[in-house]
Design a protein around this ligand. Sequence first.
Ligand SMILES: C[S@@+](CC[C@H](N)C(=O)[O-])C[C@H]1O[C@@H](n2cnc3c(N)ncnc32)[C@H](O)[C@@H]1O
Length: 296
Amino acid sequence: MDYNFSKNFIEFEDLSPEEMRAFNSILNNIYRQRGIDFRQYRPKCLRRRIVVGMHEANVESFCAYLDFLNKNPQQYDKLLDRITINVSEFFRNPKTFKAIREKVIPAIVERKENIAGYNIRIWSAGCATGEEPYSLAILFKEALQKLGQNSKINIIATDIDKNALRKAKIGCYGVKALKGLKASQIAAYFDKDNDNYCIKHQIKVMVKFMDYNMISDQLPRAVDLILCRNVIIYFNKELQNKVYANFYNALASSGFLVAGKTESLMDIKEELFAKVDIGERILQKRTKRKSNNENI
Ligand SMILES: C[S@@+](CC[C@H](N)C(=O)[O-])C[C@H]1O[C@@H](n2cnc3c(N)ncnc32)[C@H](O)[C@@H]1O
């Protein structure tokens, strides 16, 4: 499980060899203990977040921080929290959800309408504390009701951060987290529990949370819609391309992919995805034809 230090060894011009070795050892230890490989995340982002951890520990060098972490191994959890920032909110970027309602949902329904007893499969990749998949559950429930459809909706919500997933599964949020919801939605889909608002069972059962690394774990299959927002921005170009190719394979024929507002679509391969709404970062899988004319 050890890093091959000659391969993908992160380098910074301003750091001494000892400091660089300590920086890479911190990543190596995370990999050994938690199985998460951050080497292909953008080095500057990683460094910024590790430096925040250093300041919290009151140390001024990566060597001293490595020493501190090794003497206090439970602090690796805190560092992991720093690296995997889980900021999220209900209906984050409302225009994106509007575009999904108007452009994506009718297309999925139209394509599946003739398949008896079909399920709609959705993947929220990098779901953090659950606001995104629960927003999708509410959006689809309301939109399908309007369309007179009662198809089953299965939302797979995945993240590498176990603490975030724990919170997501509980599904209780403070009032501040609800600012993107209408009063009627809060009344319909949440139960008040002291100062918290907890997602009702009817929405909870639509979402299945899983501890899952989108880089290395086996992919869900035949998904109609993937949302992966504010995650890929942290990956280097090579990893971004790998993840977009993974999403291509995970999508059903003509399935949709929604990236985050922070993510550039510049490097997306035109032969894999058609752009449906560039502003809202909505793409659609192109169906390639094999030489024998079979769809893949
Ligand atoms: C900023 S949050 C985004 C939450 C939500 N998608 C949104 O836009 O509101 C980024 C999440 O991606 C997760 N993440 C980072 N790398 C990941 C990976 N390789 N596989 C799965 N999740 C990952 C982090 O743990 C974090 O919870």
